[in-house]
Design a protein around this ligand. Structure first.
Ligand SMILES: O=C(O)c1ccccc1N[C@@H]1O[C@H](COP(=O)(O)O)[C@@H](O)[C@H]1O
Length: 242
């Protein structure tokens, strides 16, 4: 039996609230209330992972560090933490939450030597978020170009990066379906597991991503669709369970 697709319900935090953005654009927020309540709800619904993002840290508009800590403390499940993890201090603070792994975005584009160092030090506790428009990577809250996806992927593969979280920014927060072709081409360019992000709108979308497990897709982040109640997390977990 093919291994199941992992699902990572998302809690993105901006100004103390759980929010969803459209295309990751600052100012496009829809608020969904308490991040802790959202995370506890996903955990109660059977999630094995939580994808937790400090959007203020990613945008450079402050941080939600204390709240992020409260959420990670309350979780019995695995937590993938991202947003603003760009140097030794922010990485130490992120890892000190007890999260299972962190995603590095901007740092992989702007400080590749540091990223190579922390990959060597921390192994699979480090994933790199490849946030792309077309095949151009974006950093600093997805506001700045950061180089070519496939050149960066080749470099990170050589440095031993354990895992990639691939977001199609054009799809993110739109409920327009995932970019399956992007996932296929990234999987063809690496032997590391890939977590899909962006665009999931239906259980059929999740089933389509699950078809890519044999190619190297390990999981899928689910955000807007859950908050918009397009389906329940229980139904999503059932849909990808075999
Ligand atoms: O998740 C989002 O919607 C998002 C939107 C805009 C910027 C970042 C976003 N999320 C995640 O944040 C990290 C990148 O943060 P940094 O560049 O390392 O500070 C990455 O995992 C994004 O997917």
């Amino acid at each position: 039996m093919a291994p199941k697709l992992e699902l990572l319900p998302a809690v993105d935090v901006r100004d103390g609230q759980a929010v969803r953005l459209v295309h990751g654009e600052s100012g496009s927020e829809t608020s969904y209330g308490s991040p802790l309540e959202a995370a506890l709800a996903w955990q109660s619904s059977g999630a094995e992972w939580l994808h937790l993002v400090d959007l203020d840290a990613a945008f450079g508009t402050g941080d939600n560090r204390a709240l992020i800590r409260d959420v990670t403390d309350a979780m019995d499940i695995k937590v993938e933490l991202s947003g603003g993890i760009r140097d030794d201090d922010t990485l130490a603070a992120a890892l000190a939450t007890g999260c299972t792994r962190v995603n590095l975005g901007t740092a992989a584009l702007e400080t590749p030597e540091w990223v190579a160092k922390v990959i060597a030090e921390h192994g699979d506790k480090i994933a790199v978020g490849l946030d792309v428009r077309g095949t151009t990577l974006r950093g600093r809250g997805w506001t700045r170009d950061g180089g070519d996806l496939y050149e960066t992927l080749e470099r990170l593969n050589a440095e031993g990066c354990a895992r990639y979280v691939v977001t199609d920014i054009a799809k993110d927060g739109t409920l327009q379906g995932p970019n399956l072709e992007l996932l296929r081409t990234v999987c063809a360019a690496t032997d590391r597991p890939v977590v899909a992000s962006g665009g999931v709108s239906s259980l059929d979308d999740l089933r389509a991503i699950a078809e890519l497990v044999p190619l190297g897709v390990e999981g899928s982040i689910v955000g807007k669709a859950l908050y918009a109640k397009a389906f329940t997390l229980e139904a999503a977990l059932e849909a990808v369970s075999s």
